[in-house]
Ligand binder design. Structure first.
Ligand code: FAD
Length: 586
């Protein structure tokens, strides 16, 4: 299929991709832009975001300031965040919220009619702006509605990006597969933005949607480019048991209690959370739940604890957290007005990702920008979250840096010619690879292998990690990679062949899982979300550094099923001009 050359291609229609596209469409209306998304943009995981977006507006507490927000973010990151990027994030936050409001986003209001704000874990002031507990829904719908009326944007919805066109050290476009027709298009572009979201589906229990499989990270890794800080995976404390879907932190923001089997608010038992109780950051809260369960104090001795909101009263529950109540009723059969909700930690957010500079340019292993390639949002690692993200900071990152990525691309594409790309050769290579996969004779179903990978990753790289488990996990994942050529695809069709897409997504999941295991093995300390039982202390002397992981023998054009076997690591300094590391307590 023929898609014309573009000035910019954006991969991903979530909050980041939509915000970036809108920035380009509005500020650079002469540029031709395609937004490609494997699901319709409105179905991107951003739509599920619930609790809020942080900004020091000072509405509920006039003493709040962006520097407080910056400090909270750096402390929350266990001092691994790059502080200049954090300064951009927090300083731009108020303006970003106001701009979204001008685009039509209906934030909840306080009694004086201003944008309402609520407390959130790890934030020292109440600064999460929200639309009840459906914040992502409110924001994404407005962005996409604004985008659809832009004349210079082509929307390729339900197209799957298979690979980057990366030649002579430059990115020159993408190769994508149309789900509806089963055809392939090589699309030359002066610039490509990856806004492909997270990778929760590496784990079996996750709050993420089915499409969060780390494709963008895998696209970059297969070109031999690095991934940064992959050992840092956030487990959200309150996944509804047993489904794993999220009960928003807004529920604790509004005052919910976490209770063990004895009915105790157990957060008081742990030094790191004694002061802020349920509003300690997520890494600490998740570990405390896991420790309660391990000590036999889960409910009925089982693997979950209780989240109790009954004391908030019916009116507060219905007004502030209606979606959490709906979820409890629908997915656990529990009405939180009558009984506590069963919860346990669930894989939620990826702090690691594609390394970028503060203008969203993707960096190679020598920290040099890769011409033509940009990344932002959850798939990127700026790094503003370091070892642990604070709640409400991700929607903010997507909006601030989505816009920034769009503006950088708009500025920079002017200097680049439309790349010359051997379109037929790329299309033929992809079509042949698909035919090969469909003809492959094996007995292994991709869903079975995916489940195995999830079990390996959960055992080796879950909330608690240690050397022997990580080594074994890494080896098992390498073996899982070898078994890829035994996969059998039942559906041979070309119209909405979702089974084929699941195989590609599994390839992404495997790449990401191996990167997590390798980075987690290297980091012999406990920092933020990365907790090594064999190295329980933070060690600033040796490990206050970013990890870069890359697959040495992934070469451009090589078959990803048979290459990428060795994983290598290098390190990069943390940018920390303002706040010096201290002990982290809440
Ligand atoms: C349940 C839940 C609640 C959350 N609540 C909050 C909150 O209250 N506050 C907060 O700050 N954060 C929250 N987060 C985190 C936040 O929502 C996400 O980090 C953020 O929305 C990610 O946005 P994104 O644009 O980077 O990616 P996404 O919204 O995940 O979008 C990814 C896009 O990439 C596309 N894509 C991926 N791979 C391909 C491919 N191969 N080809 C084509 N397209 C592709 C997808 O189609 C999709 O459009 C929550 C997350 C979850 C899961």
């Amino acid at each position: 299929m023929m898609i014309p050359s573009q000035d910019a291609v954006i991969v991903g229609g979530g909050l980041t991709g939509s915000r970036a596209a809108l920035a380009i469409a509005q500020r650079y209306p002469h540029l031709r832009l395609a937004l490609i998304s494997k699901v319709h943009p409105i179905r991107s995981h951003s739509v599920a975001a619930q609790g809020g977006m942080a900004a020091a507006l000072g509405h509920l507490d006039a003493t709040d300031h962006w520097l407080d927000h910056a400090f909270d973010t750096v402390k929350g990151s266990d001092y691994l965040a790059d502080q200049n990027a954090v300064a951009i994030l927090t300083q731009q936050a108020p303006q970003t919220v106001h701009e979204l409001e001008k685009l039509g986003v209906l934030f909840s209001r306080d009694e004086e009619g201003r944008i309402a704000q609520r407390p959130f874990g790890g934030h020292s002031h109440p600064r999460a702006c929200y639309a009840a507990d459906k914040t992502g829904h409110a924001i994404l719908h407005e962005l996409v509605a604004n985008l659809l009326v832009q004349p210079n944007v082509t929307l390729l919805a339900e197209w799957y990006v298979l690979r980057l066109i990366y030649e002579d050290g430059e990115v020159k476009g993408v190769v994508a597969y149309c789900l509806e027709t089963g055809t392939v298009a090589a699309i030359p572009s002066k610039a490509v933005l990856l806004a492909t979201g997270g990778y929760g589906r590496v784990f079996g229990t996750t709050s993420n949607d089915y499409a969060s499989t780390g494709d963008g990270l895998s696209l970059v890794a297969r070109e031999g480019l690095p991934l940064q800080d992959m050992e840092f995976v956030q487990f959200h404390p309150t996944g509804l048991y047993p489904a794993g879907v999220l009960i928003s932190e807004a529920v604790r923001g509004e005052g919910a209690y976490l209770l063990n089997d004895r009915g105790e608010r157990f957060m008081a038992h742990y030094a790191a959370s004694r002061d802020r109780m349920e509003l300690a950051p997520r890494d600490i809260t998740s570990r405390n739940i896991a420790l309660e369960v391990a000590a036999g104090r889960g409910i009925g001795g089982g693997s979950y604890v209780h989240l109790d909101v009954r004391h908030l009263g019916r009116e507060q529950i219905l007004q502030k957290i209606p979606f959490a109540r709906e979820e409890g009723l629908r997915l656990a059969g529990v009405d939180c007005m009558e009984a506590p909700l069963p919860v346990r930690p669930t894989a939620h957010y990826s702090m690691g990702g594609i390394p970028t500079d503060p203008d969203c340019r993707v960096l190679d292993r020598h920290s040099q920008p890769v011409p033509g390639l940009y990344a932002a949002g959850e798939c990127a690692c700026l790094s503003v979250h370091g070892a642990n993200r604070l709640g409400a900071n991700s929607l903010l990152e997507c909006a601030v840096f989505g816009q920034r990525a769009g503006e950088t691309m708009g500025r920079e594409v002017g200097d680049r010619p439309i790349p010359s790309v051997a379109i037929p050769a790329y299309q033929e290579q992809a079509t042949t690879a698909i035919a090969h996969l469909l003809q492959q004779s094996g007995t292994l179903r991709s869903a079975v292998l995916h489940r195995e990978v999830q079990e390996i990753t959960t055992a080796a790289c879950g909330i608690f990690r240690e050397e022997a488990g990580l080594r074994a996990g890494g080896q098992q994942l390498a073996i899982a990679q070898e078994r890829f050529n035994q996969i059998f695809v039942d559906d041979k069709g070309s119209c909405f062949n979702t089974e084929l897409v699941r195989v590609w997504q599994l390839q992404s999941v495997l790449t990401v899982a191996r990167a997590i295991a390798a980075s987690a093995l290297w980091r012999q300390e406990s920092r933020g979300a990365h907790c090594r039982t064999d190295y329980p202390q933070r060690n600033d002397r040796d490990f206050l550094q970013h990890t870069l992981v890359f697959f040495e023998d992934f070469a451009s054009g090589a078959d990803p099923q048979t290459t990428g076997r060795t994983v290598d690591l290098s390190l990069q300094a943390v940018d920390r001009p303002r706040f010096t590391p201290q002990e982290r307590k809440y």
